[in-house]
Design a protein around this ligand. Structure first.
Ligand code: G6P
Length: 367
């Protein structure tokens, strides 16, 4: 069937606004209808016997993997090596007994990701794929597949595929943690509730569309933009910077907030906006002191946080976006949306070809 833009100006906008629905679909696909618990399909390995996960992907999918690493490590106590597929495939990373491979891809056709999976499988390592296109090569060749139910994604810059990848990896982490005896029933209930409520919370973020557009109107004049965060917010900073550079052609870079002092702080002046991704989690106070270091050097901070975070730090910021308060575990899924909107509006205001940015392809099937 022909896919239209509906009432939207671009596919990217349509796909951003589809996120509450497709996240709901994806999350429900992992819920046991009887118990309402998050349940994984049959996997070709037992999580109790897994010693290490190699998480491998390209582009936006690699940032989903990075969030997955933090989740699998903290929730399931599972060591995860995070890799870019083009590096992994040519690196002599020694296989350890009990290792599994995790490959994440919207298209399931990305040449480097496929090559990395084939390499690992050739060594006898089972491969789990998280894929949006079920008939893709990656889905067919993997030992098991978890499907993201994002539906067709047309915009070259990935949006709903990313958040459904995150939702799927969150369910994977919950399933792995339970299988490894690391999830007490109260924590499991809290996580299930946080995931259930996510589509409604994302709808609230989408209501901030015009507020975020007003910030984009200021951002469009920048030559360079920095994104910072800690923990899973570091991965969202990376994704935010990628989105902005891909579609607005503004140079954007992301740093782990604690790493600012080791270089990028030298770039800070009143011309470099710094987007600070800072939900109130266990790292908030650490990020807060990095934010103050930026402000002390004349930097202009755009703070993304919840009401309590904005109350504490808003006075230092140039602009703030107040987001709904959620369990820190699901925060990266929620905070992905404002960075998408910020990039989208900046690009539209600059007049670039948002759905077909120059030099980029939706699916990179060559090396
Ligand atoms: C291209 C696209 C990106 C995407 C990446 C990985 O670079 O422009 O949006 O994140 O490929 O694609 P995949 O289909 O493997 O997720």
């Amino acid at each position: 069937a022909l896919i239209g833009k509906g009432n939207h100006r671009h596919f990217m906008e349509k796909e951003i606004f589809e996120q509450p629905a497709v996240l709901g679909d994806t999350l429900r696909s992992f819920a046991d209808p009887a118990t309402h618990r998050i349940t994984l399909p049959e996997l070709p390995f037992d999580f109790q016997a897994v010693s290490r996960v190699a998480a491998v992907a390209c582009g936006t999918a690699s940032y989903a993997c990075l969030v997955g690493k933090y989740w699998l490590e903290s929730l399931a106590g599972l060591p995860v090596d995070w890799d870019i597929a083009s590096e992994f495939r040519y690196r002599a990373s020694p296989l350890v007994p009990g290792q599994v491979g995790l490959f994440v891809s919207q298209s399931g056709e990305t040449a480097d990701t496929l090559a990395a999976m084939r390499h690992l499988r050739g060594e006898g390592c089972p491969a789990l794929a998280v894929v949006n296109v079920p008939e893709s090569t990656l889905a067919r060749e993997a030992d098991a597949t978890l499907r993201t139910l994002a539906g067709p994604e047309i915009g070259v810059a990935s949006t709903k595929a990313f958040t459904t990848q995150l939702a799927t990896l969150a369910c994977l982490a919950v399933g792995a943690a339970r299988a490894r005896g690391r999830l007490d029933p109260e924590r499991e209930a809290a996580l299930t509730k946080a995931l259930d409520e996510l589509p409604a919370r994302i709808l609230q973020v989408l209501e901030k569309d015009q507020e975020i557009r007003a910030i984009a109107a200021e951002l469009m004049a920048a030559r360079d933009v920095l994104y910072v965060g800690r923990g899973t917010s570091y991965a969202i900073a990376l994704e935010g910077a990628l989105k902005l550079k891909e579609i607005s052609y503004i140079h954007a870079e992301a740093y782990a907030a604690g790493e600012l002092k080791h270089g990028p702080i030298a770039l800070i002046d009143e011309h470099v906006p710094v987007i600070v991704v800072a939900p109130r989690d266990h790292l908030f106070e650490k990020t807060a002191s990095n934010l103050q270091e930026v402000v002390a050097r004349g930097g202009k901070v755009v703070l993304l946080s919840d009401a309590a975070g904005v109350a504490e730090l808003g006075d230092y910021a140039w602009k703030t976006v107040t987001l709904p308060e959620v369990d820190p575990f699901v925060a990266p899924i929620l905070y992905a949306v404002p960075v998408q909107l910020l990039a989208y509006h900046t690009a539209v205001l600059k007049g670039t070809d948002v759905d077909q940015p120059r030099n980029l392809a939706k699916s990179v099937t060559v090396e």
